[in-house]
Ligand binder design. Structure first.
Ligand SMILES: [Zn+2]
Length: 88
């Protein structure tokens, strides 16, 4: 799925948000938006001399290779939490 189509879908859901008394529907839509957001590629959080982290769950996506250097798992296109990754 293309990222811009997902953004459009989320915008459409938000623009048609149900009234507050529709709690079950709101819960379902909130869950759906969360799942859709993970389908959009996001950059891992990266800083110098630090491991990379998943922008959704915070899981470390690197391994320490010594002397403060980290090898980022750039061959991973998806985190264990389902977040799609874009290493840029
Ligand atoms: Zn994650």
């Amino acid at each position: 799925m293309e990222d811009n189509k997902i953004t459009d879908a989320i915008d459409t859901i938000r623009a048609n948000w149900p009234p507050e008394n529709r709690t079950m529907l709101i819960e379902a839509l909130t869950l759906a938006i969360g799942a859709l957001e993970k389908q959009m590629h996001k950059k891992p959080i990266m800083k110098d001399w630090s491991p990379a982290f998943c922008p959704s769950c915070g899981k470390e996506l690197s391994e320490l290779i010594g002397d403060g250097y980290y090898k980022h798992w750039t061959n991973r296109n998806i985190c264990d939490c389902g977040q799609k990754l874009n290493w840029g």
